[in-house]
Design a protein around this ligand. Sequence first.
Ligand SMILES: *Cc1c(COP(=O)(O)O)cnc(C)c1O
Length: 451
Amino acid sequence: MPKLLFRSTNGQSPAVNLREAFLEGLAPDRGLYFPERFPRLTPDEIAAFAALSYHEIAFRVLSKYTDGIVPADALAAICRAAYDFAVPLERVYDRVHVMRLDQGPTASFKDFAAQMMARLMGRFLQEDGKQLTILTATSGDTGAAVAHAFHNVPGIRVIVLFPFDEVSVSQRKLMTTLRDNVRTVAIAGKFDDCQAMVKRAFADPELAHLPLSSANSINIGRLLPQSVYYFYAASRLAQPGEPIVFSVPSGNFGDMMGAVVAREMGLPVRKILASVNDNDAFPCFLQTGVYEKISPSRNSLSNAMNVGHPSNLARLVAVYGGQMDETGKIHRQPDLAAMRRDLFSSSISDQRTRETIREVWDQYQLLLEPHGTVAWRGFLDWQEHEPLNGLPAVILETANPAKFPEEIEKNMGWSPDVPPAMAAAILQPEDFDRMDADYEGFKAYLIKTHA
Ligand SMILES: *Cc1c(COP(=O)(O)O)cnc(C)c1O
């Protein structure tokens, strides 16, 4: 069988294999890599997942992509090591469940991708005898997940930039207490400043001698592992062949693209609900067919979803036969009727988020943080349009409520329990550098610390 190739959504760069797509991140034409065709799992293969554990399902799904690149026994060992934590599916009523993706080392769903990516990247670099610097800007969860996953991976150093005033103390401590090959830099500025500095460093010819790579959600290596938990949920909740509904709290749309990938690989899915906060570019597009990004992005309670122009929309549009470039310009319109058949998207304001946190607690004693709450409300919104008809449904909770104690405290009058991994990190001494939002200063720092 010919090796699976990945093409750029902009269509101007040569197709590459998984390993190249992985190490490059962004395609040279600034598009996003996406499989030329999706490997399919047969209904029997999917039905067999019911008897497998999470890491075994991960192996069966991901081996469809790594065939010929990572030996099967190595991939199996990587999956086992990466996914050694629980993935709880909590029944709320009837066949409606919350899937908690918050049991990893940094208590957000970003751990699922980061844990896999770090191991695969470490392996590729070792094979090549190369070194790499992972440079990442974070508004909180990505930096922590990446720092933990790449901590002490040989051949890799990690530099995380975060806006000092925009990150909660517990989010910060999950990054700043690691040391060794991980450096964290607090920027006296906003998340946008951090991201602009990182982007400039990638494009700076004077830094070309430092092999820099990113670990953000444009990388296909982050997307593929995020398809696994959809297979897992269906294997536990749906009968063989029975379709399922997912509601996904969405910012950059990497998580919901995992559901699309699972469906393209053969998982029966009734509907994917991309639930967003006030950054409503996608629901407006789905309704009108006109895409207008939100700029600057709108601040909201679910701060990891404050994304005005979700970069993964380029991939979603490609699945439906269209083409969108990195600026959000549509060169070929996707099949909107098919998108409306498969997808639903609603925008949830901060006020509705706050009300819903309280309501789900009062009604079900279910504690959700702001991101998961957006997904819950989006699910209720969808049901005003279509009945569930007894199908299984899964609402994704993407972070642990203890990461947002202020908001929970304000709504409920008490604070959530802190999971053990977070509690341990919070007690460690911190170590981080501080810097102004000044590119030249940051560049000098990159060169100085490279030695
Ligand atoms: C990153 C993040 C999201 C949004 O995920 P996308 O893949 O960017 O859509 C949602 N919830 C939490 C807690 C996150 O950290």
